[in-house]
Write a protein that binds this ligand. Structure first.
Ligand SMILES: [Zn+2]
Length: 114
């Protein structure tokens, strides 16, 4: 499962970021997930809950912000929203478009508390 490996890499990033003797605990992990990244956020939340017990993230809640997909048309330079690949430019119907936003997945922050 794709989302399980993503959840595991988030955990390993968090383990590297937080000193093992830290008295603070991680209470939230905030992610940005692009609309075109093919990540199922429900599955990712489920995978995260499944692996976090007995780790430094056991008290953490995952928060996901969605980044809308955006593309620029190579023919008419129109910028438009798209939620899947193979979307034609709404202005000129060209399929020659470059995706500029929405493919990324990144950790924005780890929220710590005493
Ligand atoms: Zn166009």
């Amino acid at each position: 499962m794709h989302e399980l490996s993503i959840a595991q890499s988030i955990l390993s990033i968090a383990e590297k970021s937080v000193p093992p003797d830290s008295k603070e605990k991680v209470v939230a992990v905030t992610l940005q997930v692009g609309e075109l990244s093919s990540i199922e956020t429900e599955a990712l939340l489920f995978a995260f809950d499944a692996i976090k017990s007995n780790t430094i993230l056991q008290h953490a809640e995952m928060k996901i912000e969605t980044i809308p997909g955006e593309a620029v048309c190579n023919s008419c330079h129109n910028v438009f929203h798209l939620n899947s690949y193979a979307t034609a430019c709404p202005n000129c119907n060209s399929y020659s478009v470059s995706i500029t936003k929405g493919k990324e997945m990144k950790i924005v922050s780890l929220t710590m508390e005493d």
